[in-house]
Design a binder for this molecule. Structure first.
Ligand code: HEC
Length: 240
């Protein structure tokens, strides 16, 4: 009987280890899947803003719109900021345009964005930069794509004397001048909170682990009792 209790203990121990390792592997797998899914979404969002910016720049050029205070709100960078604010309020996803040589100090990059911009600067073929980070003590996934200077950008980002007057007046500390074709101008930066999604995964796994553990303990106990009854019967039979 004592031997059987030892066996029971070993089986329970092994089962607990197996359940624990399955849980850990599951959590890692689901977290990776979540990240991949969110990064895919970020890519879509960043590309959407990139194309919106291009459309606005082209339309302004085709319509031969003057670049002045009145048409200011339709400019790619300013429209992008406003779209970003609306998008944040609706979804909680942060959407920004940043540059180390910023025109508007609000577009100054943070540490993660600085690192991304440095990578884009050193590798012209790099099309994205992503990673896990913390913003205001919340875990976020971050995703950036580079923006390079095209012909249409030069009107407002080449030599300071040549950019429209309202920009010269409106941005006295402007660093976003003296660019040439093909230069890295900045990046579109997306940040998505993942605390809630990760907590949900954890919650589901804890629930599943408890159910599986209770089930397994019942099963092992049942097998143990059945085994003992059989052995006892055999022993009684042998005695008779
Ligand atoms: C009509 C003028 C104009 C054109 C054309 C223009 N920009 Fe800008 N750009 C601005 C202004 C004004 C700002 C500052 C916006 C703000 O106040 O947030 C800016 C800001 C930016 C920023 C945000 C970082 C910063 O410097 O504050 C990026 C990135 C940017 N522009 C990229 C581009 C690219 C790439 C192109 C060409 C595809 C382009 N811009 C064309 C006027 C222009």
């Amino acid at each position: 009987m004592k031997k059987n209790f030892k066996l029971y203990g070993i089986v329970i121990f092994v089962v607990a280890i197996v359940i624990l390792s399955i849980t850990v592997t599951n959590f890692q797998k689901q977290s990776t899947m979540l990240r991949e899914e969110v990064f895919d979404k970020c890519e879509m969002i960043a590309l959407e803003l990139k194309h919106t910016r291009e459309y606005l720049a082209e339309t302004m050029a085709i319509a031969n719109m003057e670049h002045n205070e009145a048409t200011r709100l339709l400019m790619p960078a300013i429209a992008g900021n406003e779209i970003g604010k609306k998008f944040y309020n609706a979804t909680g996803y942060r959407l920004r345009q940043v540059s180390s040589k910023y025109r508007n100090p609000k577009n100054r990059p943070d540490k993660f964005e600085e690192k991304a911009l440095a990578e884009f600067e050193s590798d012209k073929n790099l099309t994205e930069y992503k990673g896990v980070d913390e913003i205001e003590s919340k875990r976020v996934l971050r995703y950036l794509i580079p923006l390079h200077i095209e012909e249409a950008c030069l009107k407002c980002h080449s030599a300071r004397e040549t950019v429209p007057g309202f920009i010269q007046e409106g941005y006295p500390e402007d660093k976003a001048t003296d660019y040439t074709f093909g230069d890295l101008r900045g990046a579109i930066s997306v940040a998505v909170p993942i605390d809630r999604a990760e907590a949900e995964i954890k919650g589901n796994l804890v629930h599943m682990t408890i159910v599986t553990t209770v089930g397994m303990v019942f099963l092992v106990t049942f097998v143990f009792i059945a085994m003992n009854i059989t052995i006892k019967r055999k022993e009684d039979n042998n005695k008779n």
